[in-house]
Ligand binder design. Sequence first.
Ligand code: SF4
Length: 391
Amino acid sequence: MHITRRNTKAIQVGGVKIGGGAPISVQSMTIPHPQDVKATVAQIQELEEAGCELIRVAVPDREAAEALPKIKARMTVPLIADIHFDHRLALQAAAVVDCVRINPGNIGPWWKMAEVVRAVTDHGIPLRLGINGGSLERPLLEKYGYPTAEALAESALNAVHALEDVGFTNLKVSVKASEVHMAVDAYWLFAHQSNYPLHIGITEAGTASTGAVKSAIGLGWLLAHGIGDTLRVSLAADPVEEVRVGFEILKSLELRHRGINVIACPTCGRVEIDVVRMANELEKRLGHIKTPLNVSVLGCVVNGIGEGKEADIGIAGGQGGGILFKKGKLVRKVRSEELMDTLIEEVERMAEEQGEADSRQENRDALPTSLGTPSPALPTVNRDLPVLPNR
Ligand code: SF4
């Protein structure tokens, strides 16, 4: 499979470039109320450790906005403020964060959006237009009857064109829905009408397993068609799991090569070690490694080395222990009780030798210098949307 990524405009969220061919970045969102700075920072640190490249924090009230400087001071990856309803929170957050996410469907009249645009321009940060199936503007709901992919795409295009009318283009866009089909169609429609970078996601995807499947299908389809510049996997689970699933989706499509890729055999009647436990333990204990390495855990030596020849390193079970191999070649026999620790030590050594990959890029796009005069209302876009691929 060959993936040609959509050619998008590049924007800069703190130190992370989004769009313009930059690596597809993985983001997540914290759960505690930001007023609980200690809990929020603790979760941010866990997310950073897991490789999360951008972190979004909900800003539901003034207390949350006031906590942002304390949070920002204790994190290293870019911080995004998530704002709904009250545009004044966006004005306050813009002075602190690296990007503001705003939902045009619930922010109110255009002058409020214009004030937000002025604030983010003054602070040199981009805006994410986060369109959601659950909060579409009334005229679009009246036009389409209910949330549809066309309504989502049209809402996003209307907002984009309104911002372009005042000279603002430092933005990324999302058109999320919880139904995979609707989200995929909405992104597809938007992507064929505009070249702004896209934040992709299936909103409220579900629990750790069902949400991961929905996200893998929806985001996988989009990414395989070259659509998507940054992503969030929304799970009703520990946000660290969102990061892990996000990278797994990207690694499966060979769009990112970060960290350990665990290759585990399905086991069969020949199995001699606890492959399931070991593979899970390996993912947990090697989550801090950024260097891309294929690591195998195979149940037996009969077919083990052969089946694991694509791996950089691995173990295969045997009587009373197992073997350690590298690039399909036997290194040495290892006793059962030392198997796991030996593999982990060897992987850490290999990662250190190869050096930790740094995929961050430092290209900064020119920021708009003038906003012009705000329009009195969000203009509607009169256009024919392209035909969907599945109709
Ligand atoms: S590696 Fe061994 S235990 Fe695992 S599936 Fe293959 S033959 Fe079975």
